[in-house]
Ligand binder design. Structure first.
Ligand code: PLP
Length: 376
């Protein structure tokens, strides 16, 4: 059994994917071109924003957003303590300081009350200027943007939605990757919408920012002339082959994969009720795209032993995430020493992610949940 079954997905989509890849090879047009333009149009339409700019990966997408705003030295960027490293790494790489904020123990997403407290603390200390809130749609669930947006407005902060895991989720009918002043996603193979290598995208409704991001992604070029460089940028493009693969996958994602993965999550919820596990919460009005299905084990469970038992039966599990961001060595000596994140610390000790993907069958879920219950 696979943790995320990309082989099964390929078997289903093989004819279309093979044909698309072969067309790119025949045309020998490997960078940019019509497929990338068309994919950007489709992604922007699906998400419901004016501009989509594809790029090389989800980390670059975050960097492009931060660079477009000129985020850097002296700025504070508020980041959830429970996330993948990139969310904190990218602001730090720009010279800004990531300020780690604790998360809600039921949704795993940044806690709006703790966010406001952190903003007030940083303002009163006067060492850094609060600039950006980088909210993450962890495990496929949009963060609580109703409250986060209000906080950003109150304190005059920019909102960056890190939707690397969130593509396809929604809140009151509004799609993930449309909540930020700039939003980003990743097409890493194991994300909700993945390509066959690295890929990413930036989304915004703002014409000026879109133009700056487009320029930054190609060496800071002038919009009309590629060899007229007007700012220091990056080389961050989505390969044409990846765009072709993503067009096929986006169609499947819209037509049935997002529904199927939600059905798989519902089957897990039903089978794991009243087992002593804390199940992932999806609040009223929220839809998750289930990048992960993550449970919290009862206190004092031997998680290693449990994973070994499941592995012996061919069931792969993962720990997302082992360590709070503020304890990562790379952030030592920064504001991370002021972080107060007891919920994240607790979660890191108790979470377990189970196999989840659109091609998981009722039999798979019965087998996984049966093994998990008996191991508990
Ligand atoms: C995967 C991920 C990223 C980075 O995406 P890459 O495409 O791997 O660079 C950023 N943020 C979060 C929350 C992620 O899960």
């Amino acid at each position: 059994m696979e943790f995320r079954d990309l082989k099964k997905q390929y078997a289903v989509l093989k004819d279309d994917i093979d044909k698309s890849i072969a067309e790119i090879c025949t045309s020998a047009h490997f960078i940019s071109g019509g497929q990338v333009k068309e994919l950007e149009r489709q992604l922007a339409e699906y998400v419901g924003v004016k501009h989509c700019i594809t790029c090389a990966n989800g980390t670059d997408a975050l960097t492009l957003a931060l660079k477009a705003w000129g985020t850097g030295r002296g700025n504070a960027v508020f980041v959830p303590d429970f996330t993948f490293f990139s969310t904190g790494e990218c602001p730090a790489a720009e010279g800004a300081v990531p300020v780690f904020v604790d998360v809600d123990e039921h949704t795993f997403n940044i806690d709006p009350d703790k966010l406001e407290q952190a903003i007030i603390r940083v303002k009163s200390e006067g060492k850094y200027i609060p600039r950006v809130v980088a909210a993450v749609d962890l495990f496929g669930l949009p963060a609580d943007y109703r409250r986060i947006k209000a906080i950003c407005e109150k304190y005059g902060l920019l909102l960056l939605e890190d939707g690397a895991q969130g593509f396809g989720g929604s809140l009151n009918g509004k799609m993930a990757c449309s909540f930020g002043d700039i939003s980003t996603t990743s097409f890493f193979p194991a994300k909700p919408l993945g390509c066959y290598g690295d890929g990413g995208a930036v989304f915004t409704d703002n014409d000026e920012l879109a133009a700056v991001v487009r320029s930054l992604a190609v060496h800071g070029k002038n919009a009309e002339n590629k060899y007229d460089n007007i700012r220091i940028g990056m080389n961050s493009r989505l390969d044409t082959i990846q765009a072709a693969v993503l067009q096929v996958k986006l169609k499947a994602f819209r037509e049935y994969e997002l529904d199927s993965v939600n059905k798989a999550a519902a089957m897990y919820n039903e089978a794991l009720e009243n087992t002593g596990l804390v199940l992932p919460a999806v609040g009223e009005g929220f839809v998750s795209s289930w990048a992960q299905y993550t449970v919290q084990l009862p206190e004092n469970t031997d998680r290693n032993a449990l994973q070994t038992r499941l592995k012996e039966q061919g069931i792969p599990t993962m720990i997302y995430y082992m360590r709070p961001m503020h304890t990562q060595g790379a952030f030592a000596g920064t504001d991370s020493e002021n972080a107060d994140c007891p919920v994240t610390e607790k979660l890191c000790g108790r979470v377990l992610s189970l196999p989840i993907h659109p091609y998981l069958t009722r039999e798979d879920i019965d087998f996984i949940t049966g093994a998990l219950k008996s191991a508990l």
